[in-house]
Write a protein that binds this ligand. Structure first.
Ligand SMILES: NC(=O)c1ccc[n+]([C@@H]2O[C@H](COP(=O)([O-])OP(=O)(O)OC[C@H]3O[C@@H](n4cnc5c(N)ncnc54)[C@H](O)[C@@H]3O)[C@@H](O)[C@H]2O)c1
Length: 286
C-alpha cells in the first residue's frame, strides 16, 4: 500500500456518488487504506448498504443521502462530517450523470439536471468544504472528476462533454487559487479513460430522447469490452493522489490521444471532426 497508505491512513474521506461505480471503488480503496469514509450519494439505500458492509469489516463508514445538485445539501454534509469526525483529508467530487441526445431534443429539465449535478455539484462541494480545509491549516486534497472527454467532443453526448470541459477548467483555476492561499490544500483532476461502471445503463431521471438507447447500448458494449476494472482504477487513482500530482489519469495512453487530438484541432483551426472509431460507432460511415 506504500505511499498512499502513509498519505491517507487515519484521515477522513468524503466521496460523492460513492454508492456505485468509480465512487464506490474509491470508497473501498480509501477504506482499505485506513481512512474513515463518508459515503455521500443520492441513493440512501446504496450508501447505507456499502457503509454497513464496511462497518462489518471493522472499518469506520458513514452513509449520508445527498443530492449534489442542491448546494444546501452539500453545506449540510460538510457541517455533519465536521461535527462527527472533524477535519477532512480528502474530498472527491465524483457524482455525475450521462445525458444523451441531440441538444435540441433534450428537455430543459434534463439539461438543468445534468449541468446542476456535473458542474454545480462540484463547485458547491468545493464551496462547502474548502473554507474548513483552509481554516484547519492541515494537509488536505480536493479531487474533481473530469474525463478524457474533457479534451474531446462527441455529438449526442454534448451535455455531458461540455460539463467535463467545464470541470477541467474549473479545477485548473482552483489549483491556482489554492496556490495563492499558500495553504497545504492539494487540488487534482481525475481523468478516467473508460472504467467499468453502470453510467451507460438506462437513464433514471427526467426523459432523454428515444434515440439515446442505441448510443447507450454501444457505449455499454465498449465499456464491457475495454473498460478498466474498478478496483484497479481506484488503486491507480489513490497511488497518484498520494504523490500530490495534479493530473490523475487511469489510462495515460487514452489521455494522451485525446489531448494530442485537441492540440492538433486547435493548432489547425479546422472544422470539428470525429476520430474514425467514433464515426463508425455512431453509424456515420454508412
Ligand atoms: N465510468 C467511466 O468510464 C468514466 C469516465 C470518465 C469520467 N467518469 C466520471 O466519473 C464519475 C462517476 O461515474 P461512474 O461511471 O462511476 O457513474 P455511475 O453511474 O456508475 O455512478 C454514479 C453514482 O453517483 C450517484 N449520483 C447520481 N446523481 C447524484 C446526485 N445528484 N447526488 C449524489 N449522487 C448522485 C449515483 O447514485 C451513483 O451511485 C462521473 O463524474 C463521471 O462523469 C466516468
Amino acid at each position: 500500500m506504500g505511499n498512499s497508505s502513509e498519505a491517507f491512513a487515519g484521515g477522513v474521506a468524503v466521496i460523492t456518488g460513492a454508492a456505485a461505480g468509480i465512487g464506490e471503488g474509491l470508497t473501498r480503496r480509501a477504506s482499505e487504506l485506513g481512512m474513515k469514509v463518508v459515503i455521500a450519494d443520492i441513493s440512501a439505500e446504496g450508501a447505507e448498504t456499502l457503509a454497513a458492509e464496511l462497518r462489518g469489516k471493522g472499518r469506520e463508514a458513514m452513509a449520508v443521502r445527498v443530492d449534489v445538485s442542491r448546494p444546501e445539501e452539500l453545506e449540510r454534509l460538510a457541517e455533519q462530517v465536521h461535527a462527527s469526525w472533524g477535519d477532512v483529508r480528502l474530498l472527491v467530487n465524483n457524482a455525475g450523470i450521462e445525458t444523451i441526445g441531440m441538444s435540441w431534443e433534450i428537455p430543459a429539465a434534463r439539461w438543468e439536471q445534468t449541468l446542476n449535478i456535473n458542474i454545480h455539484g462540484v463547485v458547491h462541494g468545493v464551496r462547502a468544504f474548502a473554507p474548513r480545509m483552509l481554516a484547519s491549516g492541515k494537509p488536505a486534497c480536493i479531487a474533481n472528476l473530469a474525463s478524457t472527454g474533457s479534451f474531446g467532443i462527441m455529438p449526442t453526448q454534448t451535455a455531458y462533454i461540455m460539463t467535463k470541459h467545464a470541470i477541467q477548467s474549473f479545477t485548473e483555476c482552483l489549483y491556482l487559487e489554492m496556490q495563492m492561499t499558500g495553504k497545504p490544500v492539494q487540488v487534482s483532476t481525475i481523468v478516467p479513460g473508460m472504467v467499468k461502471t453502470r453510467i451507460f445503463e438506462a437513464s433514471a431521471g427526467t426523459g432523454e430522447p428515444t434515440g439515446a438507447d442505441r448510443h447507450r447500448a454501444v457505449m455499454r458494449e465498449l465499456m464491457a469490452n475495454y473498460g478498466m476494472d474498478l478496483a484497479a482504477a481506484a488503486e491507480v487513482i489513490f497511488d497518484k493522489l498520494a504523490t500530490g500530482a495534479f493530473w490523475i489519469d487511469t489510462q495515460p495512453d487514452m489521455t494522451r490521444d485525446m489531448i494530442d487530438g485537441r492540440i492538433a484541432f486547435l493548432t489547425e483551426r479546422a472544422a470539428p471532426r470525429l476520430a474514425p472509431m467514433a464515426r463508425s460507432l455512431l453509424g456515420l460511415d454508412g
